[in-house]
Design a protein around this ligand. Structure first.
Ligand code: PRX
Length: 656
């Protein structure tokens, strides 16, 4: 984060109270009520979660122990039997929600489809039977590489219904990235589409799947299922590839939900860390169901009549937890939008809000900052009066963007929930409860009840108010990740031993820097590890570096983030070339394309700087701190005495 942003956050002390009108209808109505809830949860977390689990979810069989905590391995609701697809669908059919809209889909070329709970249930049951017919059994992993269409949601719920863990891979990832993830998850089947619409172009998803699977590169995948979306021509491989619309009508619409053990794996979702290899974050069934359910209900203050819209992609955790599982478990109407704001349709988000009367809108700061640039006339010329609550996620929101969101989109009347959380946490951890906690622009405010959050130093000591430290969580919570798929050691090391356990207390290390102010409000400053956040997308610097050095021209590469007004951060890559290659503009383009091909467009460096050497310590470690300053165009400050060759710095400054 840039110095000016940090300064503006440090000086931020405006306080916004929810309106009386909002409070009257909200679930948790005062700070005192929040604090009571928080204390109840803190003094007896197991009781707190057990009461909610009993009250809010359907169980096929009760658990016999709420929590089995053998740090860092947690089991919640031990031996309980449950199915999240049942909780998201079946149980609503016997209530007044049977014919309520469960899913409203707005397609990119303007097509719309709506599924009631009864209709969505039917589609999910049928598709679950298709999966079974293709040999998928409980425990088999299924890859999902799809556009933002209803079939993505149906596929996820169908996998959950039969107990086949899904691994959704964001449709913007390249064939190479897809192949690595499918292999790591040892997926048996891949669900995809002929193509998807993205910003007026077609993404050739099936073609990428073909590339990923070519020459038996993913030996475990024997079958693919293809949704027809764009209708462009694709090659179907007999025996291996099947059309969704051919199989779906041939199967029964009866498919009882499989009773799953509480701790059965629900999904694997890959995310970037500070090493080159993305981590398969594992979430299990009951705890995740409860945590996404209750956070959605309280934080978005869901009312039965609401139309709720989260703009994330289902390929990320926000899509999993807050488009699909959380809202549907609550019987809400969730909106899925295939499009994205772009030059040819800059007002599309506001059109969707107006058209569907959206009440709750959840998006990312990068989008908000892009909208500010596009101009107030776009939202102001639409009727946004249906909105009553706004949310923000994915990166710190700067107070300027917060104020604009509040005034121009929320008309000054909508509380903003700035929600801090991660793929690993499963659900939102630090956030306002909108009727109860007054907001400060740029602060995610207070921890959710049941979450013991702290700002600590590397020894695990709480730091004084308003001093910077590491954001850490001190006690397990139901939505927490259970392990890194296939690598429990990495799970232990990365998250639970970074801050050494003290007096039997373990700290979950989030990888974020933060401070807590005198009111107990958290201010998240951004990553403290080698992870950069580009337009709300999380990328490991090593991941991008590995992609660069896999090109024959590159001898060495170091990647850092540079502050960007809209994207938050942008990737800058410092590259030294093999002696056989010369630094040219053309080569910069080739290398950028190479990263796009290796990982996907989200990882494409904004800037490549060639350099004869990289600044290193005497022990050979790249001094990223220096590179970050250089990339940001700042004077290199701080200690440079450990630099091995000081002339490197002069060369880099001159941009040679
Ligand atoms: O750095 C934090 C940032 O996003 C990271 C998690 O990224 P990911 O696992 O992809 O999940 C994104 C959606 C939950 C965090 O470590 N982050 C997320 N939300 C916020 C945030 N930083 C500041 N404020 C937030 N509200």
């Amino acid at each position: 984060m840039s110095q000016t942003k940090i300064e503006s956050i440090l000086n931020e002390n405006r306080l916004f109270q929810p309106s009386n009108e909002f409070i009257t209808h909200s679930r948790i109505k005062s700070l005192a009520e929040y604090e009571r809830l928080y204390e109840t949860a803190k003094s007896n977390p197991e009781d707190f979660w057990a009461t909610l689990a009993q009250q809010e979810l359907h169980w096929f069989a009760p658990w016999d122990r709420v929590l089995d905590w053998q740090p860092p391995m947690a089991k919640w609701f031990v031996n309980g039997k449950i199915n999240i697809s049942y909780n998201c669908l079946d149980r609503h059919l016997t209530t007044g929600r049977r014919n309520k809209a469960a899913l409203i889909w707005e397609g990119e070329p303007g097509d719309t489809r709506t599924f009631t709970y009864a209709q969505l249930h039917r589609e999910v049951c049928q598709f679950a039977n298709v999966l079974k017919q293709l040999g998928i059994q409980k425990g088999d992993r299924v890859g999902i590489y799809m556009p933002m269409i209803p079939e993505s949601v149906i596929a996820m719920l169908a996998c959950a219904r039969i107990g086949a863990p899904h691994s959704v891979i964001f449709g913007g990832f390249s064939a190479d990235a897809l192949r690595d993830r499918l292999n790591d998850a040892q997926a048996k089947l891949v669900i995809t589409a002929d193509g998807g619409w993205r910003k007026d172009a077609i993404v050739p998803l099936k073609e990428q799947v073909d590339r990923a699977l070519a020459d038996g590169a993913v030996p475990t995948v024997t079958t693919t299922l293809v949704v027809q979306r764009t209708k462009q021509e694709i090659k179907m491989q007999p025996q291996r590839d099947h059309w969704w619309h051919h199989l779906q009508p041939t199967v029964s619409a009866q498919c009882p939900a499989e009773p799953m053990d509480s701790e059965d794996m629900l999904f694997i979702l890959y995310t970037s860390g500070s090493t080159g290899k993305p981590k398969g974050v594992v979430h299990t069934t009951a705890g995740y169901n409860l945590y996404t359910h209750i956070t959605t209900q309280w934080i978005f203050d869901l009312q039965d009549r609401d139309v709720y819209w989260c703009t994330a992609d289902v390929g990320w955790i926000t899509g999993h937890s807050y488009i699909v599982y959380g809202p549907l478990s609550n019987g809400a109407t969730t909106l899925l939008y295939e499009g994205a704001p772009r030059a040819s349709n800059p007002g599309c988000f506001w059109d969707v809000i107006e058209k569907h009367g959206v009440n709750i809108f959840y998006t990312a700061p990068t989008a908000i900052r892009a909208f500010i640039k596009m101009g107030d006339h776009l939202p102001k010329s639409r009727d946004l009066s249906s909105l009553r609550l706004l949310g923000s996620v994915g990166e710190p929101i700067n107070p300027e963007a917060w104020m604009w969101y509040h005034q121009v989109i929320g008309g000054g009347r909508c509380p903003i929930v700035d929600t801090w959380w991660q793929t690993e946490t499963g659900g939102i951890m630090v956030t306002p409860l909108p009727g109860a906690i007054p907001t400060k622009p740029g602060s995610a405010t207070r921890p959710f009840p049941g979450i013991i959050a702290d700002v600590v130093d590397l020894e695990g000591n709480s730091v004084p108010d308003n001093e910077g430290g590491f954001l850490a969580i001190q006690y397990p919570w139901p939505g927490m990740m259970r392990t890194v798929y296939g690598d429990p050691d990495r799970f232990r090391r990365t998250y639970w031993e970074y801050i050494p356990p003290k007096d039997g207390h373990y700290y979950y290390f989030a990888g974020d820097g933060a401070r807590r102010d005198e009111d107990g409000y958290f201010w998240v400053m951004g990553r403290v590890d080698d992870v950069i956040n580009v337009a709300g997308h999380r990328l490991g610097t090593m991941e991008v570096e590995s992609a660069l050095v896999s090109h024959p021209a590159v001898a060495e590469a170091a990647v850092v983030g540079k502050p960007d007004e809209v994207k938050g951060e942008e990737i800058v890559a410092f590259v030294t070339l093999e002696s056989t290659h010369s630094p040219t503009e053309e080569l910069k383009k080739i290398l950028k394309n190479h990263v796009t091909q290796e990982i996907g467009a989200i990882a494409r460096p904004g800037e490549i700087r060639f350099s004869e050497a990289l600044p290193k310590t005497r022990s050979g470690k790249i001094m990223r701190r220096l590179l970050r300053s250089l990339a940001a165009g700042q004077e290199v400050s701080g200690d440079t005495s450990t630099l091995e060759d000081r002339s490197v710095l002069d060369h880099l400054r001159q941009g040679s």
